[in-house]
Design a protein around this ligand. Sequence first.
Ligand SMILES: [Zn+2]
Length: 169
Amino acid sequence: MKIKCDFCKTEYALDAAPNSPVKCAVCGHVWSVARPNRRGAWMMFIAATCALLSAIVFAVAVVVRSRMDDAAHKPLVAEITEIKTVTDKEGTPHFVVRGAVVNQTAQIYGVPDIIIVSRDGAGNPIARQKFLPSAPLLDAGASVEFNHVLSSTTDGVKKITVELQTGDM
Ligand SMILES: [Zn+2]
């Protein structure tokens, strides 16, 4: 690279940018040579991008792994997608709970009974209602929807959750 004395404008040819200040052999002026930073900045950008990408890959790996752990523990997952209210002939309101059971695994699973739990404001169960899924078996990755009218009233119900009956219940 070429550098020029700030003071007397004498030019010098250097093999590399000096790390410490340089002294002009002609006039004795001492100055710091700015490092050629265009390439350096570009390399920094690439390094930062690589770091970011590896962080993203790591995050994806963590998410995928936790999903797989989840699938190992809970092959079937029940979820509520919609809760509506209907009123019967006596004028009593009931909840209509819509949702689905999803098979998260790569194998066929039998669907257990679905239990809908009505809970109060503190999350304590008020009523549990069990019903059969419309499909007894789920293919790998398949899901079965449910749409169930609760026979209990909506009185005091602040939250509704869904569970699958496990073998030990
Ligand atoms: Zn000089």
